[in-house]
Design a protein around this ligand. Structure first.
Ligand code: UDX
Ligand code: UDX
Length: 457
């Protein structure tokens, strides 16, 4: 039996390994983490992350060939293939602070693998890493006294939160990069064999190590760039009475452009986009490619502009002051169908409104606990309210910040009645029926559309 180990039971490691275990019953899949509480949650009925379809997959494989454990050293010793998906956040200190990836957990994990290995292993980079990290990894792994051979393979994840299980079950492609040596090619094949259990062979792409590492950064940079591009156009739409949804449809039907990732919004969030672009920018600067660095950095700057612009639009629409006004924020998660709040534009808007001394009430079906923890000291100034109807009582305004479908299904007539007049809605995700809201009596402000105001008298 082949033993697969995954180090890091986070948003990526947990769901990825659950799907591998489901499809590969003849492999034993162990997921370890330094966080004992997280492992306990993976072993319970209350999994540590919310992801549609995850419960079923975990239930199918856990106890059969899927194991969650805190015993890292012993499981390293027993493993044939080790996936590493520990976190690689943006560095907050020293050289490259705010841009470069913080590789301390990654290096610590590499050393732990060396110390506990007595047999050859394939080590798989699952975390997103700067290009050429595999070389550093190889150098650490090769420094073992027992002469054990390690092969490093890059197998970046492309799953998006909220659709992680579907993305794993039916990926557009799986990417596996490795060395061009016979042993490197054998290692690539070992990883291809895993995915070939359920992914058509023509969707499994093999490349050299560096192309694979760079493709992950480039894919996220391109996706984020599309969101920033449409958001840039949304600002122009608001000035010219063009409608960004109509523009997106018009350009997206060009098959060379395509329709996806053209939804204008309050901004992109999530743990990857900003981190990966800044990482790309740092790499370009490292190689003195300053124009290339500036080009990609603008994608992040445009996103910050969009978040700030949303808050300024709210303040100016509400007679240039929100101080002391109760404002209901619908959504804390960085997108729908996840409890993840990392880099969420909702929290950026929340902080912006707190600076303006607004009374913020935050509602979200799954992400309130995470939001409270993330806001830190500022959380004391925010009311966390699971019930949207309670959140809007006596509120001056609502801002839609996450595209949860439940927000589109609420009774906005009843909501309008319970609010202070004139009542405002700022739809940062363009998910509501704006004409209907306007007819009810709301002043409606959307992203990339002319406002629909209806002041009485
Ligand atoms: C991972 C990668 O880390 C990131 O680089 C990539 O872009 C996406 O996939 P994610 O799974 O979202 O990120 O991170 P997180 O949910 O924080 O999970 C990482 C886990 O690794 C945590 O549970 C943490 O406790 C664990 N960890 C961290 C270890 O087990 N050992 C360590 O030394 C450090
Ligand atoms: C992303 C990549 O899609 C995935 O391939 C990679 O592995 C990890 O990073 P994720 O961050 O989970 O996944 O979410 P994604 O669906 O890409 O959305 C990112 C952000 O962009 C969200 O805040 C989302 O609301 C926003 N977005 C997306 C828009 O504002 N408009 C769009 O049209 C699409």
């Amino acid at each position: 039996m082949t033993n697969i180990l995954c180090i890091g039971a986070g948003y990526v490691g947990g769901p990825t390994m659950a799907v591998i275990a489901k499809h590969c019953p003849e492999y034993r899949v162990v997921v370890v983490d330094i966080n004992a509480a997280k492992i306990a949650a993976w072993n319970s009925d209350q999994l540590p992350i919310y992801e549609p379809g995850l419960d079923e997959v975990v239930r199918c494989a856990r106890g059969r060939n899927l194991v969650f454990s805190t015993e890292i050293d012993r499981n390293i010793a027993e493993a044939d293939i080790i996936f590493v998906s520990v976190n690689t956040p943006t560095k907050t200190f020293g050289q490259g602070a705010g841009r470069a990836a913080d590789l301390q957990y990654w290096e610590k994990t590499a050393r732990q693998i060396v110390e506990n290995s007595t047999t050859p292993k394939v080590v798989v980079e699952k975390s997103t890493l700067p290009v050429r990290t595999a070389q550093a990894m190889e150098r650490i792994l090769d420094c073992n006294e027992n002469g054990i051979h390690f092969d490093v393979v890059s197998n970046p994840e492309f799953l998006a939160e909220g659709s992680a299980i579907r993305d794993m079950e039916e990926p557009d492609r799986v990417l596996v990069g490795g060395r061009e040596t016979p042993s490197g090619q054998k290692a690539i094949q070992a990883i291809v064999d895993i995915y070939a259990h359920w992914v058509p062979r023509d969707r499994i792409i093999t490349t050299n190590l560096w192309s694979s590492e760079l493709s992950k950064l480039a894919a996220n940079a391109f996706l984020a760039q599309r969101v920033s591009s449409i958001n840039a156009i949304s600002a122009l739409c608001e000035k010219t009475e063009a409608d960004v949804a109509e523009v997106a449809r018009a350009i997206g039907t060009d098959s060379r452009i395509g329709p996806r990732f053209l939804r204008a919004s309050v901004g992109f969030g999530g743990s990857c986009f900003k981190k990966d672009i800044l990482n790309l920018v740092y790499l370009c600067e490292h190689y003195s490619l300053y124009e290339v660095a500036a080009y990609w950095e603008q994608v992040v700057k445009m996103n910050e502009y969009q978040e700030n612009r949303f808050v300024s639009n709210m303040v100016s629409a509400m007679f240039n002051t929100v101080a002391g006004k109760r404002i209901a924020l619908f959504g804390a998660a960085f997108k729908a169908n996840t409890s993840d709040i990392r880099e969420s534009p909702a929290l950026a808007v929340c902080r912006g409104l707190l600076e303006e001394h607004a009374h913020v009430v935050l509602t979200d079906p799954y992400a309130l606990d995470n939001a409270r923890a993330e806001l830190g000291d500022a959380a004391g100034k925010v009311v966390f309210e699971p019930d949207p109807y309670a959140a809007v009582e006596e509120a001056h305004a609502i801002a839609i910040l996450t595209e949860w479908s439940l927000f589109a299904e609420l009774d906005y007539e009843a909501i309008h009645e319970s609010m202070v007049k004139p009542a405002f809605i700022f739809d940062g995700r363009n998910i509501l029926d704006h004409k209907k809201l306007h007819a009810i009596g709301f002043n409606v402000y959307a992203v990339g559309r002319p406002p629909m105001v209806s002041f009485p008298g």
